[in-house]
Design a protein around this ligand. Structure first.
Ligand SMILES: *Cc1c(COP(=O)(O)O)cnc(C)c1O
Length: 461
């Protein structure tokens, strides 16, 4: 058979892709007709496609390439590790150097007493671990009836059966018989879309108190944990009102339930601190990490677990693990990634310099006639598209129509900016420079203009 190369003609690459490759979260028939864009290489914040276009990656891949593309050090770390020890398991009384080093490094970086690490290969897997771990924790503590996990509508925790159930994405629940039993969803702190006439602060408090109501309805002795992203990512970069997290903190403490912070996006500098939990001043019992842990160079995730939870779990045999838990190559690459993040002061630079600059530029997009609000925390931001800024009204067209048109204009203008419904979101590599931020904003503005003209011409309102 033919093996194609990055230099093969685009049409051939697309045809073979369409014939055999089933893309995630896609309608593959539509994609096949259009042809997937073939990304062939990348450097810094820039992707190159098979036609030679250079595209500014405003999404850091899928929220993960925090240190940017093309870092030779990570390639070297992988090559060395593959030669020395490409694989060994950690199930049967064995360990290896990269996994123990990375576990210790994560314990050092993570806030408070989060000192113990269970490895997975992705965020979904790590959340599956968490689901089983918190239920096992309460079982071992002699409270086996504490099994319900509370999470939020429109939260994202992955797309496996367990993590997809934890998440609150209706499109995921609709396929394959999810959610599994024992998961209860409450409302999200999404003021723009759901806040009505309340102030953001009133609304944030109201949504936090849904947690307390849920605990009381389910029974305080039946609730194991609450899981949430510090700032929702895939749900549309929803920065909660300031009143939200302090009230959640009060409630989890008062009812003694475990708090799982899903840091898969917020972790490793995205919000201007090492973890979103630090930015939002929360102290979880378990943190889920993945994505930025290796800057996406290798698939790896982990649960970072408190002394208290680990003490209970470690006293029994936890019948759980993945063949590639703590994969040595992934761990070696993650360690190198963390070294670069720290030694190059990337997280500090985000907080002190580039995120404030991006915030100022990004918020100026609200001057555009179609943009209602801009929300940003560190290097993750979103704008709400609306036909009427004052009333925060949605478009008459089906939700997501205008967002999709706008995203298509961005793509055509060589800017990767995603849409979630009619919100446009960004999450660029943390190494993005001020001049690249200028380019991002210019292209976003241009794309908004074109989308605005297009929806007028097509009578979309
Ligand atoms: C991406 C994501 C996940 C799932 O991670 P995968 O590596 O895709 O399985 C879980 N939680 C959050 C917050 C995410 O953004």
């Amino acid at each position: 058979m033919t093996i194609l190369t990055p230099n093969s003609p685009t049409a051939e690459l697309q045809a073979m892709d369409a014939a055999h490759h089933m893309h995630p979260f896609s309608t593959n028939d539509d994609l096949a007709k259009k042809g997937a864009r073939v990304i062939t290489r990348a450097e810094g914040c820039w992707l190159t496609d098979s036609d030679g276009n250079r595209i500014l990656d405003g999404m850091a891949g899928l929220w993960c390439v925090n240190i940017g593309y093309g870092r030779r050090e990570l390639a070297d770390a992988a090559a060395l590790q593959i030669q020395e020890l490409p694989y060994y398991n950690t199930f049967f009384q064995t360990t290896h150097v990269p996994s123990l080093n990375l576990a210790a490094r994560l314990a050092e970086l993570a806030p408070g007493d989060l000192n113990h690490v269970f490895f997975a290969c992705s965020g979904s897997e790590a959340n599956d671990t968490n689901l089983r771990m918190v239920r096992t924790y309460w079982h071992e503590k002699g409270q086996p009836e504490r099994q319900v996990i509370i999470s939020r509508w429109n939260g994202y925790h992955g797309s496996s059966v367990g993590s997809g159930s934890l998440g609150g994405m209706k499109g995921i629940h609709a396929q394959g018989g999810l959610p599994i039993p024992g998961i209860h969803h409450i409302g999200q702190p999404h003021w723009w879309a759901e806040g009505g006439d309340m102030t953001p602060e009133e609304f944030g408090l109201m949504r936090a108190r849904e947690l307390e109501q849920a605990i009381q309805e389910i029974g305080p002795d039946k609730v194991a944990a609450f899981i949430a992203e510090p700032i929702q990512g895939a749900g549309g970069v929803i920065v909660p009102p300031d009143s939200y997290w302090p009230e959640i903190k009060r409630i989890v403490k008062e009812y003694g339930i475990l708090l799982i912070a899903d840091e898969v996006i917020c972790g490793f500098g995205r919000t201007g601190q090492w973890f979103g939990s630090q930015t939002l001043d929360i102290q979880p019992d378990i943190m889920t990490v993945a994505k930025g842990l290796s800057s996406g160079y290798q698939p790896i995730g982990a649960s970072i677990v408190s002394d208290e939870v680990a003490a209970v779990i470690d006293a029994t045999e936890f019948n759980h693990g993945y063949t590639y838990s703590g994969h040595p190559v992934a761990c070696a690459v993650a360690l190198e990634n963390l070294r670069i993040l720290e030694e190059e002061g990337i997280v500090d630079r985000v907080r002190e310099e580039t995120a404030p600059y991006l915030k100022q530029k990004f918020e100026s997009l609200t001057d555009h006639p179609m943009v209602g609000e801009a929300k940003i925390a560190g290097m993750m931001g979103s704008i709400a598209l609306t036909p009427d800024k004052a009333s925060r009204a949605p478009f008459k067209a089906e939700a997501g129509t205008v967002g999709y048109v706008t995203r298509e204009r961005c793509f055509a203008n060589n800017l990767i900016m995603r849409h979630v419904g009619d919100r446009m979101i960004i999450s660029p590599p943390l190494v993005i420079s001020k001049s690249e931020i200028d380019t991002l904003i210019e292209r976003a503005w241009q794309s908004l203009d074109e989308a605005h003209a297009q929806i007028k011409a097509e009578g979309i309102s």
